[in-house]
Write a protein that binds this ligand. Structure first.
Ligand code: PLP
Length: 228
């Protein structure tokens, strides 16, 4: 679908939900996509892109440094690569453990920056995917919000792949409920207003359930080349 069409559909949906256009951010997921496609989407008027693999992301940032792009990191992040990521991405969506949060916090302090992050929640408790389950996030919440060097702007989830997008609605709803619960516990200086949920397959359902960020790859770029 063209960027224009996706935007218009989202705007229409937001209007019906009584939400403003500004209450939703579209992020183009460019992992494994060639540079020319990113340039093309950028010329069409899009400037927020997200990457999953550290090396690939840094190479793309360098190649595209002539463009005004807001880069996000959404991939699994190993602790030994924290140094390559902190300060280089506007938002890291994939903080999936307390240890990772602490590593980001430590390094951000060291380079005197504050890294905006989302906490990744794994609601279906899939072992193949990282992320906190709701219970354990609630347990470490006071410790994680006390870490300096990070600003927790919200939560992110990546539900199981299903044929019917309706199947993942409960997960999106649970993420919103978890946000409410955490805000009740108290988020201190952390805004916690973002809900990053919804991909090409299920973003309309996610928007209905209160997504403030949707992460769209295939629908904007076409099929992804395989990772080799
Ligand atoms: C790849 C990816 C997406 C985009 O998926 P599409 O189905 O191509 O829209 C979104 N979020 C994460 C975390 C991803 O890894």
């Amino acid at each position: 679908m063209s960027l224009e069409t996706v935007r218009e559909e989202c705007h229409e949906q937001l209007k019906q939900l009584g939400r403003t256009r500004e209450s939703l951010k579209l992020i183009a997921v460019s992992k494994l996509q060639p540079i020319e496609k990113i340039r093309r989407l950028h010329s069409a008027g899009h400037n927020i892109f997200a990457e999953n693999y550290v090396q690939e992301a840094l190479l793309k940032q360098d190649t595209l440094k002539d463009l005004d792009i807001e880069w996000h990191f959404i991939g699994t992040l190993q602790k030994n690569k924290v140094k390559m990521v902190v300060g280089k991405f506007v938002l890291v969506h994939s903080v999936d453990s307390f240890e990772l949060a602490r590593a980001i916090s430590n390094y951000a302090e060291k380079i005197k920056t504050t890294q905006k992050v989302l906490i990744q929640v794994n609601l279906a408790q899939e072992i193949t995917k990282g992320g906190f389950d709701g219970e354990s996030l609630l347990k470490v919440w006071s410790e994680i919000t006390a870490l300096p060097g990070i600003e927790i702007t919200g939560l992110m989830t990546m539900p199981p792949l299903t044929d019917d997008p309706e199947d993942v609605r409960p997960y999106f709803r649970q993420l919103r409920e978890l946000q409410t619960e955490l805000l009740k516990q108290g988020a201190g200086r952390h805004p916690l207003h973002e809900l990053s949920m919804g991909t090409s397959h299920d973003y309309h359902v996610a928007i209905e359930e209160g997504a403030t960020i949707v992460r769209l790859g295939t629908i904007l770029f076409g099929e992804r080349p395989r990772k080799n």
